[in-house]
Design a protein around this ligand. Structure first.
Ligand code: AMP
Ligand code: GLY
Length: 441
């Protein structure tokens, strides 16, 4: 029996936990707050505490005689949980603090890509004060400007010309605001195209891919409204997208391999864990938007439930440095829809009861992953973030979407979700968008 400690409490971790248990693990979990799904997978062997309390996490792991730990979220990784647990002899699937810079510092990453001549990098410049910003934005053209803070921002700190910035004053004001907060701002070239997520398992040297997924970041149908942590995602039965070819995926994999080698060379530490590549297909080819050093949320729900290879074995191989691909995934399409509190992400209605008909969801064949909810006396309540993910898996995207959509009808409360995610209409819109860009003069 392999004892595994899971760290984290979102829907992503629920999906990680499910894949570990399916792979034969005896699971325990350290969570910031109770996730009812994970608690069940662990037969109640869970501990609630702060995810930055590395000593307490290590002690809980030792008490459970864990063979290794799997870390879900980026924040503890960026603070060095892997280094800390390793110092307590707990092998950990997740990058060290040195390698975690690939997500925790956009400046580090863009500079690394530049230094190692990695082709899918884009034009950018790091600034530590306001000097030179005006010249740089004039050089690249105002309409090509994207402004980013240099730290973990939960995907919410990035401002893009046309979407959030509409004048030079807006750009300068935002740069000043960021500089006043943390003294570092990065300005980069705006990309036009379609984004996709490509998550790889990495054992320090080998980079093994999983099916390509597309997330939907805007809060409302038709890609309207504010950006969120991700309202839902889909993947196709052939593990590609209509606008992403197998050659594109091979290229993305090659770029990620170069990044893994560069990070090892630069920091002296090998990346072991899950590397999330966010790419954009543009007229100039595939470009890196950013890296995350962990599984995607919601993308974990698209990838892990259809994984046929044993996830416990894969984790062991990541740690041992003998991972070999390709891994096997069911030839199925998936659609994941997040149900979020009314008012999310601006003024979410927290602590409102959610009623879930699990029997009907099971009968339908949909899957359910708990995210940010609380359980009190057997009742489930919303908090301020995404509440529950509903997943449909089927031979076609259309069937998966219908299953996910039907699944949402068995969850009642002050919640909403995007009814258009995974529909043919959205797929056609994305394909049309990219074709227009690729065919433009
Ligand atoms: P990030 O936190 O870097 O993933 O940025 C959040 C979102 O901002 C991305 O998902 C993109 O939609 C958008 N974005 C980031 N960088 C760029 C860029 N260089 N060009 C266009 N959009 C971008
Ligand atoms: N799907 C967005 C993220 O995981 O950051």
């Amino acid at each position: 029996m392999v004892n595994v400690l899971l760290i984290g409490n979102g829907a992503r971790e629920h999906a990680l936990g499910e894949a570990l248990v399916r792979g034969g693990a005896e699971l325990s979990a350290y969570m910031a707050k109770t996730n009812p799904g994970i608690t069940r997978l662990c037969n109640n062997n869970v501990k609630i505490g702060n995810l930055d309390n590395f000593l307490d996490i290590a002690n809980f792991g030792k008490k459970n005689k864990v063979n290794f730990a799997v870390v879900g979220p980026e924040a503890p990784l960026a603070m060095g949980i892997t280094n800390a647990l390793q110092a307590h002899d707990i092998p950990t699937v997740g990058p060290t603090i040195e390698c975690a810079q690939l997500e925790s510092s956009k400046m580090f990453t863009r500079s690394l890509l530049k230094k190692y001549n990695i082709e899918s990098n884009i034009n950018f410049k790091n600034f530590f004060n306001i000097m030179g910003i005006s010249k740089f934005i004039n050089d690249i053209g105002l309409e090509n400007v994207v402004v980013k803070p240099d730290g973990l921002t939960g995907g919410k700190g990035v401002k893009v010309w046309g979407d959030h910035l509409h004048s030079e004053q807006d750009v300068m004001d935002y740069c000043n605001e960021i500089l006043n907060n943390n003294g570092r701002v990065i300005i980069e070239e705006k990309l036009n195209g379609e984004e996709f997520t490509y998550i790889c398992f990495v054992d320090g040297v080998n980079v093994v891919g999983t099916p390509v997924v597309q997330d939907n970041k805007r809060a409302y149908n038709g890609d309207e409204g504010p950006n969120t942590g991700g309202m839902g995602s889909y993947s196709m039965h052939n593990h590609l997208m209509p606008f992403i070819s197998i050659e594109d995926v091979k290229y993305a994999n090659n770029q990620m391999k170069q990044v893994i080698d560069a990070v090892a060379e630069e920091t002296g530490s090998q990346f072991k864990g899950f590397l999330y590549g966010q790419f954009m297909k543009t007229k100039k080819g595939l470009k890196i938007v950013e890296f995350n050093i962990r599984f995607g949320d919601p993308e974990a729900m698209n990838v892990l439930p259809i994984m046929k290879s044993n996830f416990v074995t894969v984790c062991q191989q990541i740690l041992d440095g003998n991972l070999s691909g390709p891994l096997e995934f069911d030839k199925k399409a998936t659609v994941c829809k997040y149900m979020v509190p009314e008012g999310y992400p601006i003024k979410p209605i927290a602590h409102s009861e959610i009623k879930i008909d699990e029997a009907e969801i099971k009968k339908l064949g949909a899957k359910l992953y708990y995210a940010s909810v609380s359980e009190e006396e057997g009742k489930i309540f919303t908090s301020t973030s995404r509440a529950i993910a509903v997943l449909g898996i089927a031979d076609t995207l259309d069937e998966s979407e219908k299953i996910a959509e039907k699944g949402t009808t068995f969850i009642n409360g002050a919640l909403f979700h995007r009814t258009d995610i995974g529909t043919q209409e959205v797929l056609d819109k994305r394909t049309h968008h990219i074709n227009k860009i690729l065919n433009a003069e």
